[in-house]
Design a protein around this ligand. Structure first.
Ligand code: NAP
Length: 335
């Protein structure tokens, strides 16, 4: 069975996901699109064999032609679309964040719990990255003994002009927040943000940041968030255990030795580094929808939990100090 998908928000990542979904290996095609910019929606639809541009996201969700929905509009618009998908009983893949406040995320969780079945997947793509999956497997297999410490870095070459101080946490570090919860299968119980000497390349931003996360079992995680490193895009994660360490390998496909140096290319940006993860993420999402299985990626609960941790880290960024994460009990639907 082919899965007929509607896409709401056809900007940068929306168009990237459409390329993966339309005629993709999972047997999906895009049949409807909508965007705040109607001209952009019409242009994108015209390039696809089976797609129509509809006036609004609500029209996409309501369309009988649409089996499942992808929400790739800007974060503050996610909540109403995801709620409408749940009300319509349609599976929805929502790019991160699930919503931009923990209250809004909680409303989505409550709606899904009331509906009684898992319809929502949140686009935290690291769970589908082969290198991150291998890292998790090594930890799960106990090859380094019990994990004790984790060292992470999230580095961007540069960020756009609209990037604000809070986005270092809410938009950037939120990927590590989901990754850590998934990697260790447990909650983050506290966050503390430190503000070192500022990079002269960061303008008004507080860049870089050092974030300390405490996991429920006492593992400590340090995360560097640097968003103006100039040299490229780099994601690091090293887990230090009782009998060894495991870390993400350099992603460069080749290593060059010449003129007395050894070099490997650094990805330019997240698209280059994580292309394969998005391919796997959307293929597995299509497979799960077609098979009527609950999605395997981040759930609405994971989206909510990530937002709660992000808010704690933001509170620390604004007011200083260690902030405990207060997460209510996980509903049965997500156990
Ligand atoms: P973008 O290029 O600005 O695209 C968003 C699109 O949505 C724009 O065309 C925008 O139109 C449209 N839009 C805004 N409000 C809308 C509404 N109410 N209904 C329908 N369309 C609406 O942004 P992006 O970089 O693709 O990011 C989109 C989402 O993906 C964000 O939540 C972002 O955090 C997430 N993202 C995730 C990853 C990842 O690694 N998982 C990477 C990148 C982005 P206008 O331009 O006219 O406002």
């Amino acid at each position: 069975m082919a899965l007929d998908v509607g896409v709401i928000g056809v900007g940068m990542i929306g168009q990237e996901h459409i390329r993966r979904l339309d005629g993709g290996p999972g047997g999906s095609r895009v049949v409807a699109v909508a965007d705040a910019d109607a001209g952009r929606a019409a242009t994108v639809a015209a390039q696809l064999p089976a797609a129509k541009a509809l006036p609004s996201g609500e029209d996409v969700i309501a369309s009988d032609a649409v089996d499942a929905v992808v929400v790739t509009s800007w974060g503050p618009t996610h909540e109403p679309y995801v709620l409408a998908c749940i009300a319509a009983g349609k599976p929805v893949f929502c790019e991160k964040p699930l919503a931009t406040t923990q209250e809004a995320c909680r409303r989505v969780v409550d709606a899904e719990v009331a509906a009684g079945r898992r319809l929502v997947q949140v686009g935290f793509n690291r769970r589908f990255d082969p290198a991150h999956r291998a890292l998790r497997q090594a930890v799960d297999d106990g090859v380094i003994g019990a994990p004790l410490l984790v060292h992470c870095a999230h580095r961007n070459a540069s960020v756009p002009a609209h990037y604000t101080r809070d986005m270092s946490i809410a938009d950037t570090a939120i990927h590590e927040i989901d990754e850590l919860r998934w990697l260790f299968g447990q909650e983050i119980v506290a966050a503390q943000v430190f503000t070192p000497r500022r990079s002269s390349r960061g303008g008004e931003l507080q860049d870089p940041l050092l974030v300390l996360f405490e996991m429920a079992d006492g593992v400590l995680v340090d995360l560097e968030v640097s968003v103006n490193v100039h040299y490229g895009y780099e994601i690091r994660c090293e887990v230090s255990g009782e009998t060894g360490t495991v870390e993400l390998a350099e992603p460069a496909p080749v290593r060059i030795r010449r003129e007395g140096t050894v070099a490997g290319l650094v990805p330019a940006d997240w698209r280059e580094r994580f292309t394969l993860s998005y391919d796997v993420e959307l293929r597995e999402w299509v497979d799960s929808v077609v098979a009527a299985r609950p999605p395997q990626g981040s759930s609405a609960w994971d989206g909510y939990a990530a937002q709660v941790v992000s808010d704690a880290a933001l509170q620390s960024l604004h007011a200083g100090g260690r902030v405990a994460v207060e997460l209510p009990g996980r509903p049965e639907l997500y156990r």
